[in-house]
Design a protein around this ligand. Structure first.
Ligand code: SF4
Length: 462
């Protein structure tokens, strides 16, 4: 009975779990107000990313491409960035922030996007747009290293490093949500408000649950302002909810401006939400109010109704963003389930040092595997050929065919989720998120019993 951490043993990837680094940088850019990112690469580097964002959020939003073609790939495509910035600024007079996001092709051909930015700052912006506030920020996200997770982390750090400026103390707390849903942002703001904490929630996409207003504007925009990002240097501290999505920016602010900083855990489940609130208390000195103690009590009551009776010993596979996967695994263990397989879709070497993974390795007393650099074949092969028995799968929509093909119930959680309605609206963080998630899992097991005509065994009661 062991918990083993291993890397995918094959060279080829069969059905990847993650997409590439520029996607993470694009996710950061849509969280900023008056910002449109230009992806310097082929059009597909934006089009397919836009597609999964749109499928997930069911919203329209703006991202641009430098649209590199064959000639640019051979002779260099810096000119495409110059044209793209000019067209973007002409077409969108409100835009102030333009991250220039590199891709695999433009990194391989060696386009100097930092040099282009210097040239544009000294030329085009002064000559054609004098007096206009425009910030061109190079973001290096070659897709042959890392994943969408590292792309998010790198972009956030580079944008914070560009803007953060020490002036007067703001008395506010920086909160980095990581790659979460609009419903999660609302839930995090609720916890902060309940504790009476003034916070700047950064790169947040709460507005991506956008209303259809009489004005007819169908385009969603993030709400983090330039002033918000500049002010990160003047905060009382930083609380980053994710180690791998915002941890670099938090570490930057700690090193550069000496801000007290706590990174993780993502408040998934009772244990991690308790820790999150305790961390907020440490950083701000604010007590945890009775209202949250009551919310916690309601959650524990709801989970007690489900845990031993329905969840005990159920074997679960979980895949997706690393902080989400680890948080879900810890939550499942608290619900008496047995995570059997965790799949992390990139080769980040920091997973080996992650204290949460170390704790799993030390404490788990059933057979469990954690596979890094994983693809969906790591799951399918175990189910199809190696006798892995599962009661439940937790993950995003890209892995649904394994659930369908092998009759394993599944709860959609994470990004992207497009084959269930409204999932982006529901939080998985906080006490309310713990209730919602546990009830989704229980209902998936109940529905599976009906579907398979099982009457006797699977829920430990009949
Ligand atoms: S792998 Fe390269 S070509 Fe494909 S979307 Fe990512 S950056 Fe673009």
């Amino acid at each position: 009975m062991t918990c083993e951490l291993m890397e995918r043993p094959r060279a080829g990837v069969i059905n990847p779990i993650f997409t590439c680094q520029p996607a993470g940088a694009q996710f950061v850019s849509i969280g900023i107000k008056d910002c449109i990112g230009i992806v310097h690469g082929g059009q597909g580097c934006v089009m397919f990313v836009r597609l999964i964002f749109s499928q997930h959020f069911k919203e329209s939003f703006e991202l641009a491409s430098s649209s590199v073609h064959e000639d640019g790939a051979v002779f260099g495509a810096c000119g495409r960035v110059e044209q793209a910035v000019d067209v973007l600024l002409m077409r969108y007079p409100h835009v102030k922030v333009v991250p220039i996001i590199s891709t695999c092709s433009t990194e391989v051909i060696g386009d100097d996007i930092d040099g282009v930015v210097t040239k544009l700052n000294n030329g085009l912006l002064k000559e054609k747009y004098p007096g206009r506030e425009v910030h061109l920020i190079p973001i290096h996200t070659p897709s042959f290293v890392g994943s969408m997770i590292t792309g998010y982390d790198v972009a956030m750090r580079d944008i914070v490093a560009y803007f953060a400026k020490k002036t007067a103390p703001s008395g506010k707390l920086n909160v980095f949500t990581g790659w979460v849903n609009p419903g999660d942002v609302t839930a995090i703001k609720h916890l902060l408000a309940a504790m009476g904490i003034e916070a700047t929630v950064l790169f947040e996409i709460e507005a991506f649950d956008a209303p259809m207003m009489p004005s007819g504007n169908h385009v969603a925009h993030g709400e983090t302002t330039i002033a918000d990002i500049e002010g990160t240097a003047n905060a009382v501290g930083t609380m980053a909810l994710s180690r791998y999505e915002g941890g670099k920016a938090a570490a930057y602010l700690e090193k550069e401006f000496g801000l007290p900083t706590i990174i993780g855990p993502t408040p998934i489940g009772i244990r991690n939400t308790d820790t999150f609130l305790a961390h907020l208390r440490t950083l701000t000195g604010k007590p945890i109010p009775e209202t949250l103690v009551r919310e916690r009590g309601v959650a524990i009551d709801a989970l007690t109704d489900l845990t031993h009776m329905f969840f005990a010993d159920k074997r679960v596979a979980i895949y997706g963003n690393p902080d989400l996967v680890i948080g879900l695994a810890e939550f499942c263990i608290d619900l008496e389930m047995q995570p059997a397989l965790l799949l992390l879709g990139d080769d980040n070497t920091n997973y080996q040092k992650d204290p949460r993974i170390k704790a799993l390795k030390e404490n788990v007393d059933w057979d469990m595997e954690i596979v890094t650099n994983a693809d969906f074949w790591e799951l399918e092969d175990r189910v199809k050929n190696k006798g892995l028995k599962l009661d439940l799968i937790l993950g995003h929509s890209k892995g649904r065919f394994i659930s369908i093909d092998y009759n394993i119930p599944m709860v959609r959680v994470g990004f992207p989720t497009y084959d269930r309605a409204g999932m982006f609206r529901h939080p998985v963080v906080g006490y309310a998120g713990a209730i919602w998630l546990a009830e989704q899992m229980a209902n998936a097991l109940f529905a599976d019993m009906e579907y398979k005509h099982v009457r006797e065994w699977s829920l430990n009661m009949w």
